[in-house]
Write a protein that binds this ligand. Structure first.
Ligand code: GUN
Length: 292
């Protein structure tokens, strides 16, 4: 079993982007600028956004954080999105999800100018990705693809099973894994809460991507000997022994599953750390006007 080390790979990618940004700026380019919109006080969202802002500073980007209370109306949030769309200094921005229930996430995502949609959530970017056109690939799928590439994992002709059909992970991941390019060319099965015989289907996976959001759901009996297992879960589970009062758990029971695998991502220290690299890569592309 080999560990796909998100800490190591993400720090390598950040160093690479940092060096490219230095060169871009030395050649007269503008410092890339990412803005993040945070609504409410969700603990996990606070942590993720803080980490995105910190990473921007580390690699030489400008960053701006816009905070709004949980009671903000959809209309006011749309106004904030429009201001960012029209701000020539902001190259790209994200609206951290989830949003409060009274706000439609789809309405907000569709209001973002696709050229500044560095999360890759806008239907135009999703459509471009489906057609294999240059687009912003959203953060988690980017992170997984990059891990497969850097570990040199063979994907062509393999059976890839994705557990979970979310718009931000399961669905785009399944599209990317079937593309006619590396890493891709897989036969993909996308599964979800209504799938019959889930365990039996997972047992046939050469590459198993668990993105269902249920802590330690995948146990050794779901996994074929020698499979590649990618764990996208990041659940907070109460744990009195931790200072924070919670532990972070993946969707895979790591200790049970790891001995059967050829490669596996740990949680924490796996896919989660890689996602920020996707966002930084997209923001740099936006600053360079590489896609739009
Ligand atoms: N919430 C969980 N993951 C993400 C992400 O990649 N982007 C945004 N905007 N919100 C999220």
């Amino acid at each position: 079993m080999q560990l796909l080390d998100g800490k190591l790979i993400s720090s390598q990618i950040k160093s690479e982007i940092k060096a490219e940004v230095e060169k871009w700026i030395a050649d007269g380019g503008k410092k890339p600028h990412l803005a993040a919109v945070l609504v409410g006080q969700d603990g996990a969202s606070e942590t993720y956004v803080a980490s995105k802002i910190r990473s921007c500073e580390e690699i030489g980007f400008t960053s701006t954080l816009l905070r709004f209370g949980p009671e903000i109306s959809e209309e006011s949030l749309l106004d904030a999105v429009e201001s960012l769309n029209n701000d020539p200094d902001v190259d790209g921005f994200i609206v951290q999800l989830p949003l409060p229930k009274h706000i439609s996430e789809n309405t907000i995502m569709e209001a973002v100018n696709p050229a500044k949609d560095v999360d890759g959530f806008h239907p135009v970017n999703v459509g471009k990705m489906c057609k294999g056109l240059p687009s912003y690939i959203s953060a988690t799928p980017f992170g997984i693809i990059e891990m497969l590439i850097r570990a040199g994992i063979e994907t062509s002709g393999k059976h890839c099973v994705v557990i979970g059909r979310s718009q931000i992970v399961g669905l785009p991941m399944s599209i990317l894994m079937q593309r006619n390019e590396y890493p891709g060319n897989c036969t993909v099965t996308i599964t979800h809460s209504k799938t019959h015989n889930l365990k039996e289907i997972c047992q046939t996976a050469d590459i198993l991507i668990a993105a269902l959001g249920r802590p330690e759901f995948v146990t050794a009996d779901y996994v074929k000997e020698g499979a590649v297992v990618i764990d996208v879960g990041i659940s907070r589970v109460a744990d009195a022994s931790k200072k924070s009062g919670f532990a972070i758990k993946g969707d895979v029971n790591f200790n049970d599953v790891a001995p059967k695998t050829s490669y596996i991502t740990p949680v924490p220290g796996g896919v989660g750390l890689m996602t920020i690299c996707g966002l930084l890569t997209n923001t740099f592309k936006a600053a360079k006007k590489e896609i739009y």
